[in-house]
Design a protein around this ligand. Structure first.
Ligand SMILES: [Fe+2]
Length: 284
């Protein structure tokens, strides 16, 4: 009797984490007050690690909901596609998202590489830096640019958002490519609200520049499996445990690590860590 109850619970948890939770995204609203360089509120929709495949699948309605938010800015912090077949889906969905002052994107390791099962195991178990099969990243970038997305690869862009001077900087993928902070942070100034987009927060371990105000990142997927009182069992970061997800301070910068909206094909279950999109409101 007791064994059938235990087996039933195990089956229910497995079913939930494989079939329900990965397909149950949430929209979180986060208000960040006291931004000294901002005179009027700025809204930002942050998406990360969507891992688009052939179709939007169960998240179609969620993306339609996101398309009605109309924030000031949209940030996508890498792993937007899982492999080449996700390019068309990504371009279709992203082109449907509207932001008053533009959509900005940085690339992640999955945008560059097609991590099929064996590569994925090599990456996670043997610590291999990159997979063998490459995605058609140049096609992905040109398609994104065609629909008006600002793809920031070690570069920055200055703009005015409701009269607030804002600098948006983006690095190349810190997991598999070379970050060049000199180029990425060009234009950094005490007068602008300086935002940095970087796929993996660990890239900041090498950051010696000062003056970045806010960092948006992803890559960790929040650990995907959370247990009560313990939190994430597996965390893909060299930083302390808390940086696996959420809003924190690091080197005097406000940093946010997204739990992501998707996951790779091989390791996709989620438990206590729903996929998320986050709508920020930054206020004076
Ligand atoms: Fe990812």
């Amino acid at each position: 009797m007791i064994w059938s109850i235990i087996l039933g619970i195990i089956f229910a948890v497995l079913f939930w984490s494989v079939f329900i939770e990965p397909n149950w995204p949430r929209l979180r609203r986060v208000k960040v007050k006291g931004r000294k360089k901002i005179r009027t509120p700025i809204t930002i929709l942050h998406l990360s690690d969507i891992h688009f495949v052939k179709s939007e699948g169960s998240k179609r309605a969620f993306f339609q909901r996101l398309s009605m938010l109309n924030p000031d800015l949209i940030f996508l912090t890498g792993d937007i596609i899982d492999y080449d077949e996700g390019i068309n889906t990504a371009v279709r969905v992203v082109s449907g998202l509207r932001a008053r002052y533009g959509t900005f994107l940085v690339l992640g390791n999955h945008d560059y590489y097609d991590y099929h099962m064996m590569d994925n195991l090599r990456y996670h178990l043997a610590g291999a830096k990159s997979a063998i099969r490459k995605n058609n990243v140049s096609r992905f970038i040109s398609e994104l640019k065609r629909i008006g997305v600002h793809v920031l690869i070690n570069e920055s862009m200055r703009l005015e958002v409701h009269g607030n001077p804002v600098l948006i900087c983006g690095t190349d993928d810190p997991v598999t490519q070379k970050i060049d902070f000199e180029k990425a942070l060009r234009g950094l100034s005490p007068q602008t609200f300086n935002i940095l987009l970087i796929h993996h927060l660990d890239g900041l371990l090498k950051l010696s520049h000062h003056g970045v105000d806010f960092v948006f990142s992803g890559h960790t997927h929040g650990g995907q499996i959370h247990f009560p009182f313990v939190g994430a069992l597996y965390r893909e970061t060299k930083l302390p445990r808390k940086y696996v997800d959420g809003l924190h301070t690091y080197k005097n910068m406000t940093v946010f690590v997204s739990r992501g909206l998707g996951a790779g094909r091989t390791i996709f279950p989620r438990l206590g860590c729903r996929p998320e999109a986050v709508l920020f409101e930054l206020t004076p």
